[in-house]
Every structure is written in structure tokens, then in C-alpha cells.
Write a new protein. Structure first.
Length: 377
């Protein structure tokens, strides 16, 4: 309901700011208004035609077109907001004797803004569905043994295999990850948007992930929306060691690294115990500790580990929305943070969020971490 109302508000603003005062007669304005109204209600269309808001059972080309047009409407809303704020400032200046007006004619401004919104819509949706590039991050961990200097982790997060991202895309991600020859691969939740029956073939490439000391994962909130009890055996069969309030010790004696994992807090809503930080580290040796937690918000409560790897936020999706998304995630949204000595990395996502398949200025990534011992950075 909130998304539907928000989308209708976007339509209403575009109607008032662009369509009604714009060029064209009644027939043109009516047609433009109806088209915008239809595109703005993509969530209702998905639910009616495909059975779900976020993971509708609809053809991928149709979904790509709808995502692009909806994204263009969102971008157009913000462009019009900037235009109207500039117009207000210029109007106030004229009241004080100025003579500045907005440039170009109403028709030229309207056409230019629509064209720019459509171009950014296409670009942003392409950014969200392309195979991401690799980003390498070096992080010094005070408790990392000198013998473990250079230990490499590859993090994949929020891959969201479902209506838009399919098996071929995931296979390319796996190939790029394997080419890095990591010591370990970690998957920080939100693997899927659908059931095992729907996505068995598309998730299968995960089974080809390779790392010297194994592949480890934790649940995100979306696993619980799609029957986590059915998904956990599938992921384990694919070679993903799913950590549920537990840890593993990797590496030879004297060069150990601990990887611990928490389930997503959403588990509590579905009758499970939820994250237990103390249980996850019980009995862990006194060496470098890396914690996997899908949502970054609890980082301040996780003192006792050297680094936390999270996801969930998708980096804010659009560069100018980062601060807003951060407010819902304890101030964390994208990249590196120092949380009272704990090194937190919030992954922008390897895949996309099917609720808004769009990125602008926040690219997806496959993240390669090189862990450094003190004095070796």
C-alpha cells in the first residue's frame, strides 16, 4: 500500500508540474497522463498479472520495460522538483527586482527533461542488471597473524536471483569470482526472490564457486519470505556452508582466520531464534575474526570482532538517496566504516532489488578483500 501511494504521489506531481502546464491540447495531455498513471502503478500491475509485487511471474523483457519506465518516472519527479525549486528561487528574485527566468521555452524544457529522464532510466536499469566489476579493498586487521597477511576474501551480497537476474548472469558472476582465486568466498544474504521449485536451475551456478578454504553464507531477510527451510538444504547441496550463530576456523595453525555468521533478524518474525552474537563466537580462537551479518545496523553491538561484512542496503541505489537509506540502517549505507575500532564494510550489492531495479552512481560489485597484518599494509 505504501509503495502504491508513493507511486501515485509521483504521478500526481508529474501531472501538475509537467503535463498540465506543458504544450499540447487536451487529447495529448490526457494520453500523457494515462501513460504516466499506468507506468507509475507497476506494483499493482505486477500483483495483478504476475501474482507478486516484487517477484512477479512475468516475461523478463516486459519486466525490463516496466522497470525502465518506472525508473524514468522517479528520475523525472526529481528533475521536476529541481526545476520547480529553481523557478521558485527565480520568482523570489524577481520580486526583489531581478530579471532572471528559467531558460528555454516550456515545450523545450518539458521535452528535454522527459528525454533526460528516459535516458537515465535506461542507463540505471542497465547498471542494475549488468555483471558487476571487481572492486579490491585492502583492510588492516590488528589481530591478523603475520603468517596470514594477504588472506583474500570475495564477498557477494544481495544477488537476488529471480525474475530479472537468471542463471547465465550468476554463472558470469561465479566465473569472475573464481578468477580471483580467493582463500574464501562469503555470501551475505538475499540469495533469491522465489521458491526452490521456481529457481533451482537459476541458482545452480553457485555450486561452481571455488575457494581454498570454502564458501560460506548467511541468510538475508528475503530467504525468510520464500521458505528458508526449503532453501537451506539447496544452498548446502551447492556447497555453501550456511553459518547460523556459529563460526569456522580457516587456515593452518598460526595463520588462522575466524569466519562467523549470524542469521538475519527477520528470522524472529518467522519463529526462529534470530542472531546470537555470543553463540556465534563461542570457543573461537583469539585471532582475526570476520563476522557476516546481512544488515549493518547492529555493528555497534558487535565489539569483539575485527571486521563485519554486511549488505542489505544496496548502497542506497541512487547517489542522492544514500543519506535517506542510511537513516534506516543506523547511519550505514555503503562502503567502509570504522565503528569503535570494528572495520565495517557495507556491500552495495552484487545483484539488484526487484522492488526498484535501478542504480545511479552506486554500481554493483564483486568485492575482493585483501586482509593485511599490522605493519604489512
Amino acid at each position: 500500500m505504501i509503495l502504491t501511494l508513493t507511486s501515485f504521489f509521483l504521478f500526481a506531481y508529474i501531472l501538475i508540474s509537467l503535463i498540465l502546464p506543458g504544450p499540447g491540447g487536451l487529447a495529448v495531455k490526457t494520453a500523457a497522463a494515462l501513460l504516466c498513471l499506468v507506468f507509475s502503478q507497476k506494483f499493482l500491475i505486477y500483483e495483478r498479472l504476475g501474482g507478486a509485487f516484487f517477484a512477479p511471474d512475468l516475461p523478463r523483457p516486459f519486466l525490463l520495460v516496466m522497470e525502465t519506465l518506472y525508473a524514468a518516472l522517479v528520475i523525472l519527479f526529481f528533475l521536476l522538483l529541481l526545476k520547480d525549486l529553481a523557478g521558485l528561487v527565480l520568482w523570489l528574485s524577481r520580486q526583489m527586482g531581478g530579471s532572471w527566468h528559467l531558460p528555454f521555452t516550456v515545450a523545450q524544457r518539458s521535452g528535454g527533461l522527459v528525454a533526460l529522464a528516459l535516458a537515465l532510466g535506461v542507463f540505471g536499469v542497465w547498471q542494475s542488471v549488468k555483471v558487476p566489476a571487481v572492486r579490491t579493498v585492502e583492510i588492516v586487521l590488528p589481530n591478523l597473524p603475520a603468517q596470514a597477511d594477504g588472506f583474500s576474501l570475495v564477498q557477494l551480497s544481495d544477488i537476488h536471483i529471480g525474475p530479472l537476474l537468471k542463471g547465465p548472469w550468476l554463472r558470469s558472476v561465479v566465473e569472475r569470482s573464481n578468477a580471483l582465486h580467493p582463500d574464501a568466498v562469503v555470501l551475505t544474504g538475499d540469495f533469491i526472490d522465489g521458491t526452490p521449485d521456481q529457481l533451482a536451475a537459476d541458482i545452480a551456478p553457485l555450486g561452481d564457486l571455488r575457494a581454498k578454504y570454502g564458501v560460506y553464507g548467511i541468510t538475508g531477510n528475503h530467504e525468510y519470505y520464500y521458505n528458508v527451510a526449503a532453501w537451506l538444504p539447496v544452498l548446502e547441496r551447492l556447497g555453501v556452508d550456511m553459518l547460523h550463530n556459529e563460526h569456522r576456523v580457516l587456515g593452518p595453525e598460526g595463520a588462522e582466520v575466524v569466519i562467523a555468521g549470524l542469521p538475519d533478524p527477520t528470522e524472529k518474525r518467522f519463529g526462529g531464534p534470530g542472531p546470537d552474537f555470543e553463540a556465534a563466537l563461542k570457543g573461537a580462537p583469539d585471532t582475526a575474526r570476520v563476522l557476516l551479518a546481512h544488515q549493518p545496523g547492529g555493528a555497534r553491538e558487535h565489539q569483539g570482532v575485527d571486521m563485519q561484512l554486511s549488505g542489505h542496503t544496496h548502497g542506497g541505489l541512487i547517489f542522492f538517496l544514500k543519506s535517506l537509506i542510511a537513516r534506516f540502517n543506523a547511519g550505514f549505507v555503503n562502503g567502509e566504516y570504522d565503528v569503535d575500532g570494528l572495520k565495517l564494510y557495507v556491500h552495495p550489492g552484487t545483484g539488484l532489488w526487484n522492488g526498484f531495479s535501478y542504480r545511479l552512481g552506486v554500481p554493483s560489485e564483486i568485492t575482493r578483500f585483501i586482509l593485511r597484518a599490522p605493519g604489512n599494509s
